[in-house]
Design a protein around this ligand. Structure first.
Ligand SMILES: CC(C)(COP(=O)(O)OP(=O)(O)OC[C@H]1O[C@@H](n2cnc3c(N)ncnc32)[C@H](O)[C@@H]1OP(=O)(O)O)[C@@H](O)C(=O)NCCC(=O)NCCS
Length: 159
């Protein structure tokens, strides 16, 4: 990380890390689905420790779960001082959903991911929980908005 990556406090801007996370997840999604894949959502982006100028940042990503055309990618961000031999520490994590798309940008099927190790199986199960919650939350918000529209509660045209 260099001086051009900083926020007003002098540490690395969260958006710089988020771009690295999105890039790594996109590479993993593209490899797994053997074609183009787009970010559908990013959630639970956690910044655990500040990243500093001079840190070497590592981003590790894997496919945790696959649906019909979507994949959940889990990402871990690690940082180490460029001039010290202390081990890298985890500074962030995130879960992203990517959708594999065809040449027209329409969702296309992805090969299933087959979890093998116990850790992969746990990540798969956790991803299913997040998927269930994402869908339930989206549905609940959609229903609330439809209800409020029907009741005429909001008149200012905002969504
Ligand atoms: C993501 C996108 C392809 C989904 O298209 P869609 O017409 O809504 O298609 P679907 O509803 O069939 O969704 C496709 C899959 O993505 C998942 N998905 C769609 N929107 C999602 C969201 N916001 N969060 C999580 N998953 C999502 C669906 O659950 C579905 O998964 P499944 O096939 O495994 O069951 C479309 O919304 C898109 O192109 N978005 C822009 C992506 C982009 O440009 N990203 C870069 C940011 S600039």
């Amino acid at each position: 990380m260099t001086g051009s990556d900083t926020n007003l406090l002098g540490t690395v801007h969260g958006g710089v890390i988020m771009k690295l996370v999105d890039d790594a997840a996109g590479a993993v999604a593209g490899r797994h689905s053997e074609g183009p894949a787009v970010t559908a959502s990013m959630d639970e982006m956690a910044f655990l420790e500040p990243v500093r100028v001079g840190d070497l940042v590592h981003v590790k990503a894997q496919v945790n779960w696959t649906g019909r055309s979507s994949m959940e990618i889990g990402v871990r961000v690690l940082a180490e001082r460029w001039n010290e031999s202390t081990p890298a520490t985890q500074v962030g994590s995130a879960y992203l959903v990517f959708a594999a798309v065809d040449a027209d940008g329409k969702p296309r099927p992805v090969p299933p991911v087959i979890p093998e190790s116990e850790r992969d199986k746990r990540r798969y199960q956790e991803a299913e929980i997040r998927r269930t919650h994402r869908l339930a939350r989206r549905r609940a918000i959609k229903e609330l908005r439809a209800k409020r529209t029907d009741e005429g509660s909001e008149h200012d045209g905002r969504r």
